[in-house]
Design a protein around this ligand. Structure first.
Ligand code: ADQ
Length: 420
């Protein structure tokens, strides 16, 4: 059950790849108020540590309430008796409770892909209690990190008086809801197999040739989003060139930044900032036929992504706040011989699992510069030691294990506490 992605589209349910799809219609006004407004200009910045100022508008909230109810109705209409329904992400936080009212027979899970913020930030939301009540309609609520789950259970207790026993909340009507971390993962083997194909190997070599065979190729791949810390890493790279710590004749930085949510003001501002920053660094340090930064807006297929991951010596992942960050895990999956280095922000959910990455505070540009040069210059033995451990983690914890763990727990709801 989902929105097809363009406004005012009336689509009948259809099958795709053996899966039944049920489109939910959104009007152009709802895309503006519910999606770009409340979801992406209120909840997104509020849940990402207020990196941009969230806007609070009552008409956006009204639209969020209405659209969430529509999704709940659509799910209620197609779910078999006693079915399991798994609701995904911050755009649908009211669906669990709406759905339970309509269909008390269902088993309902919810997974939040972005951080759940600390109380002092969440408490600003004018509709904070309604959101908590909405989520508590689920039997099991999954978060990316332990901190996210704890922020939520504390909030549920202090705002709504739910009785809390570790990761379990007992509501006034006696119903028990579990709130736990399930760090999301990737199809690790799928990415590795792709990276092994001759076509991807050849394409990776071609990318390096096209860039003039640099000694060190740095790579960043993100949605163009102010949470991803893209200007920070590019500024750090520019300063390393200016100070002579990196030689523009020997290094290259490829930054892929796919534009998203372009009708939200903060995203347009970021795009302009990046254009200026990249233009200045390339203007200051470029040579004829050789710009230090290759900055691309295009979206790529999985094969091209795997080729870029294979080609890069240093992957630079520096979000100021991120629920998890899959790009970091995808890069690791594609490093077939334990080569390469991952620079990773402490503020990505992934940092909790990927302890052997080159961890950094991306707000500290000097630290970022040091860690980027360290990752590029460390002995191969040290880089391999780290990569081996990172690969063990992403191969043991893959997407099947993630989905299996969540759905197994949901099938056993109400759950016993996990203990301390
Ligand atoms: P995102 O904020 O979108 O996801 P991320 O986890 O990095 O961030 O996922 C991006 C995905 O898009 C990756 O699979 C990547 O390969 C792909 N991608 C990025 N740029 C691309 C391009 N130019 N072409 C093709 N593919 C591209 C949200 C949360 C994250 C959380 C995920 C999953 O913000 O923190 O990890 O959901 O829960």
């Amino acid at each position: 059950v989902g929105w097809p992605g363009s406004p005012d589209e009336d689509l009948a349910p259809f099958e795709h790849g053996g899966l039944g799809l049920v489109p939910v219609r959104l009007s152009a006004g709802e895309v503006a108020d519910y999606y770009e407004g409340f979801s992406n200009a209120t909840v997104w910045p509020l849940y990402h540590d207020v990196l941009a100022p969230p806007e609070y508008h009552r008409e956006w909230w009204q639209s969020y309430v209405e659209v969430n109810r529509r999704f709940a109705e659509a799910a209620a209409a197609v779910a078999a008796p006693g079915a399991t329904v798994w609701v995904q992400d911050y755009q649908l936080q009211l669906v669990p409770a709406d759905l339970r009212r309509l269909r008390p027979d269902l088993r309902i899970g919810f997974f939040l892909h972005i951080p759940f913020p600390p109380a002092e930030l969440f408490a600003r939301l004018p509709w904070r209690d309604r959101v908590i009540e909405g989520l508590l309609g689920a039997d099991l609520i999954g978060f990316q990190t332990v901190a996210g789950a704890q922020n939520f259970t504390r909030m549920a207790r202090s705002r709504l008086g739910a009785a809390r026993n570790r990761d379990l909340l007992t509501l006034a009507d006696g119903r028990v809801v579990a709130a736990r971390p399930y760090p999301i993962a990737i199809d690790t083997r799928g990415f590795q197999s792709l990276a092994k194909t001759p076509a991807v190997r050849e394409r990776a070599a071609q990318v390096r040739r096209d860039l003039g065979d640099p000694e060190t190729l740095f790579l960043g791949v993100d949605r163009l989003d102010y949470t991803k810390g893209i200007p920070q890493r590019i500024r750090a790279f520019g300063e390393l060139l200016a100070e002579g710590r990196l030689d523009p004749a020997k290094v290259a930085f490829v930054q892929i930044a796919t534009p998203s949510r372009e009708r939200v003001g903060e995203y347009r501002r970021l795009r302009d900032e990046m254009d200026r920053l990249v233009g200045r660094i390339n203007g200051d340090h470029g040579l004829i036929g050789r710009a230090p930064i290759t900055y691309l807006h295009s979206g790529f297929g999985r094969e091209e992504m795997a080729a870029l991951y294979r080609a890069a010596d240093v992957m630079v992942v520096t979000p100021l706040r991120d629920g998890m960050n899959l790009v970091a895990k995808e890069y690791i999956a594609c490093r077939l011989r334990n080569q390469g280095a991952l620079v990773l922000s402490e503020f990505a959910g992934a940092a909790h699992e990927l302890r052997q990455a080159y961890l950094v505070n991306p707000f500290d540009i000097d630290a970022l510069k040091d860690v980027m040069t360290q990752a590029a210059g460390d002995l191969p033995r040290e880089r391999q030691r780290r990569m081996r451990s990172l690969r063990r983690q992403v191969f043991e914890h893959d997407i099947d294990r993630w989905a299996g763990a969540f759905l197994d727990d949901l099938a056993r709801a109400p759950l016993p506490s996990l203990g301390s």
